[in-house]
Design a protein around this ligand. Structure first.
Ligand code: NAD
Ligand code: ZN
Length: 266
């Protein structure tokens, strides 16, 4: 499989594997790019069809929901429908396999995601979500979790209605919204604490499929670097991240199975 890559990239994968196999504390941050090969578009991909004339500011901000709750709710119902039948790709599976392997070695592999899909969970990973969950709802006014919400987001997928009609909260009458952190909103405190601690204490930080533009998540790599960690980036396109020590410029679904195979073989 390694033979499919350029000699320069193979050398970088081997270098990264050697570094990772020798370290105990690893922190991984994933972004929309890791789910792209599962068929879930990133926000940077051009929106298609119905939604091509809308920007993120029209659809994924608290102001947008206040201005036009029906539009925002319809968009999320459309996204849920789009994501409902998507499955983890080799990148998600490789990370889950690494976490499983780490249980019997002395490695600690902390996985943090900016994604709101549940593909890491479906692959079997334990993961902290910084930006919330696509499959959960809560009241936009009193913040009460939506009553019909089953315990896990995964179980919820087959039962959730994709109806575009707005729902109202039985407690306060406010509109129900997806339990997602929109642009301009604060991150969940507990998830952010886990992420900060893992980034500050890791020896290697791996950034996968994220443009490193969305703060505060993008600051985690800097925090890791300040505390002496090496930084590895997996992304087919260059990012503004200038603190990277090893760049693996290929799709996550290609690189991760190879990288994890190398690490676990060492
Ligand atoms: P982003 O800023 O994380 O950018 C996507 C990055 O992925 C780009 O740098 C791109 O070059 C890279 N990429 C594309 N294909 C890749 C591949 N196969 N392997 C590795 N990297 C690849 O994400 P965004 O789309 O700008 O979204 C910003 C925020 O919106 C996210 O942090 C998230 O909260 C939300 N979002 C979530 C999902 C999801 O849950 N799947 C999807 C879209 C947006
Ligand atoms: Zn309410």
């Amino acid at each position: 499989m390694l033979a499919e890559l350029s000699p320069a990239l193979i050398a970088e994968v081997k270098l990264a594997a050697k570094l990772l196999a020798a370290k105990q504390h690893i922190c991984i941050l994933t972004g929309a790019g890791i789910s792209a090969e599962s068929g879930i578009p990133t926000f940077r991909d051009k929106q298609t069809g119905l939604w091509e004339n809308y920007g993120v500011e029209d659809l994924a901000t608290p102001e947008a929901f206040t201005r036009d709750p029906k539009l925002v709710w319809s968009w999320y119902q459309w996204r849920r429908q789009l994501v409902a039948d998507k499955a983890p790709n080799p990148a998600h599976h490789a990370l889950a396999q690494w976490q499983y392997h780490a249980q019997t070695s002395d490695q600690q592999v902390t996985l943090i995601t900016q994604n709101v899909d549940d593909l890491h969970e479906q692959a079997g990973s334990s993961v902290t979500h910084l930006h919330g969950h696509l499959w959960r709802n809560r009241c936009g006014q009193c913040q009460t979790p939506s009553q019909d919400q089953p315990r896990t987001s995964y179980d919820n997928r087959n039962t959730m209605s994709f109806d575009e009609a707005l729902l109202t909260c039985p407690h306060c009458g406010g509109y129900i919204r997806p339990d997602i952190v929109w642009f301009g909103e604060a991150l969940p405190i507990q998830a952010w604490q886990i992420a900060e601690e893992a980034a500050a204490n890791c020896e290697v930080f791996i950034s996968i499929g994220t443009s490193s533009l969305v703060y505060p998540a993008a600051g985690l790599a800097q925090l890791a670097k300040q505390n002496g960690a090496k930084i590895i980036e997996i992304n087919p396109d260059p990012t503004p991240n200038t603190i990277v020590d090893i760049t693996l410029a290929e799709k996550a679904g290609v690189i991760l199975p190879l990288l994890i195979e190398e690490i676990t073989a060492l």
